[in-house]
Design a protein around this ligand. Structure first.
Ligand SMILES: [Zn+2]
Length: 484
């Protein structure tokens, strides 16, 4: 039998506000443990939360980017459970009235068509602290310590919709997560660094016989922060659930954990053990009213989203859709390209050189474009030097390599390294005559109508000039001399 797959994510995104959600402790990722804490974020009796306005603005911004309805009246609720990293014994989250509802994010589906993945809600909550175990495996750990630096860092939860346009395949799941992260980075509300836990997912997955309308029982796999493990977990779960259905069984509704070493999901708790969070409105916090003025302000600050940016690059600069897609994948790359494009004449070559040459250097050095020493102005001038024939592509590569290492300008490097092109016709002619004298056979062949030996002679001259001559010029000179 064939099966349909239904995948829904609950994605947690740490917002990059300066301070935490309900106090003025700094949000920091590399500070010593428990160095950014206060009575509020460690849940001391009597301490009162004060809402961080910026975090609300960021949430509304996300709502707009994902086409949501923004609720003008919203409130926070207490989600009650006990865990050592949760000092108050409850997490301040949202329940009945989240800030944003009923949105979508457009991806390219497996059939190549646009598909709007449903987003049911986006709410704002506080993150928990972090447990640090004395050994990697909890079972063999002798002790555990708690770091509350992360406690109360603003956290966005973006929830997909099971009924309205869920994700339909593992490939679409990946496309969704990548696009989600891309947009969040474009609107600059989170760095979404997976390795820092700023972007992590719970995923719900169920299967049902193809064309059946009834939703199957779903398993939830908790807390994953690596694309690879998420995809592995989805692949494993799909196989497991289909096997159960094929053998006439019933999939249990349960929460599972992905064992990264074994590459399989394992049961964590069943539906019966699911905690009752006893949500109720937080009496310490007022309802939040979002007025039109704030909406207008955020709308005005909204940058172009990647899809729009891509269309613009294709239309304005005549760059292929494929190249434009690569250039807009990451906001920092897109910004770099735009800065270069502002001063560069040959935008197609520019696009090509960023994708092929600059990315190669960045990759080899494990460097990001933000930390790249080549400033956009210099990169743009290098491209124009190549396009105008002042230097060859091969010299251009050498110059770029130096620019990448030293941060110097292309002109300075060309000067220092003696890479100035040989434009003097007399010198070129002398070199060429020397090559011709040494290769009489090639000359005879050319004179009898063969063209290949021309390339050979050109190669010899290029070798002599160490690639510093304009190939077009040499070709013309060869023709001219042999015609005499
Ligand atoms: Zn604090």
């Amino acid at each position: 039998m064939e099966y349909d797959l239904i995948i829904c994510f609950e994605t947690h995104v740490e917002l990059n506000t300066k301070t935490k959600l309900f106090c003025d402790c700094l949000v920091s990722y590399d500070a010593p443990p428990n160095s950014h804490i206060c009575p509020v974020c460690t849940g001391q009796p009597g301490a009162l939360p004060v809402l961080n306005k910026k975090a609300v603005e960021f949430t509304v911004k996300a709502g707009m980017a994902f086409n949501c309805t923004i609720n003008r009246l919203s409130r926070f609720a207490r989600k009650n459970y006990f865990y050592p990293d949760l000092p108050k014994g409850y997490q301040i989250s949202q329940y009945e009235r989240p800030f944003c509802e009923n949105g979508h994010l457009e991806i390219t589906g497996d059939d190549g068509k646009k598909y709007a993945v449903g987003i049911k809600r986006i709410h704002l909550e506080e993150d928990a602290g972090k447990l640090v175990h004395s050994s990697d495996s909890l079972g063999s750990s002798q002790s555990s310590l708690v770091d509350y630096n992360r406690s109360s860092v603003p956290l966005l939860e973006i929830v997909n919709d099971h009924e309205n346009n869920p994700i339909r395949s593992i490939a679409e799941a990946r496309a969704y997560l990548e696009k989600l992260r891309q947009v969040l980075r474009y609107i600059e509300i989170s760095e979404c660094m997976l390795e820092w836990g700023q972007f992590r997912c719970d995923v719900n997955i169920s299967v049902r016989p193809r064309r059946s309308l009834q939703l199957g029982n779903r398993a939830e796999v908790k807390n994953m922060s690596s694309y690879k493990f998420i995809m592995d977990a989805l692949g494993y779960e799909m196989g497991r659930q289909i096997d159960i259905l094929e053998s006439g069984g019933r999939v249990d509704q349960e929460t599972r954990l992905f064992d990264e070493v074994k590459g399989m999901t394992l049961p964590m708790r069943s539906k019966e053990d699911a905690p009752d969070y006893r949500y109720f409105p937080d009496p310490d916090l007022l309802e939040v009213r979002i007025d039109q003025k704030l909406i207008d302000k955020i709308q005005k600050e909204m940058p172009d989203l990647p899809d729009k940016q891509m269309e613009m690059i294709v239309k304005e600069f005549g760059i292929t859709r494929n190249d434009a897609f690569i250039l807009t994948k990451d906001k920092a790359v897109s910004e770099y390209f735009m800065l270069c494009a502002g001063v560069c004449e040959d935008r197609r070559r520019l696009a090509n050189w960023i994708i092929k040459e600059l990315f190669k250097l960045l990759n080899e050095a494990s460097c990001t474009i933000e930390r790249c020493m080549v400033i956009p102005d210099d990169f743009a001038r290098l491209i124009d030097l190549i396009s105008s024939g002042d230097i060859t592509e091969s010299i251009g590569r050498t110059v770029l390599g130096e620019m990448f290492k030293t941060g110097s300008s292309p002109e300075a490097i060309i000067d220092q390294k003696g890479l100035k092109p040989i434009s003097d016709d007399k010198t070129l002619k002398e070199m060429l005559e020397d090559v011709i004298t040494k290769n009489p056979e090639a000359v005879t062949q050319i004179k009898s109508g063969e063209t290949k030996p021309i390339d050979f002679l050109m190669g010899q001259v290029m070798k002599k000039t160490k690639g510093k001559a304009d190939p077009k010029k040499i070709r013309n000179l060869i023709r001219k001399i042999l015609a005499e």
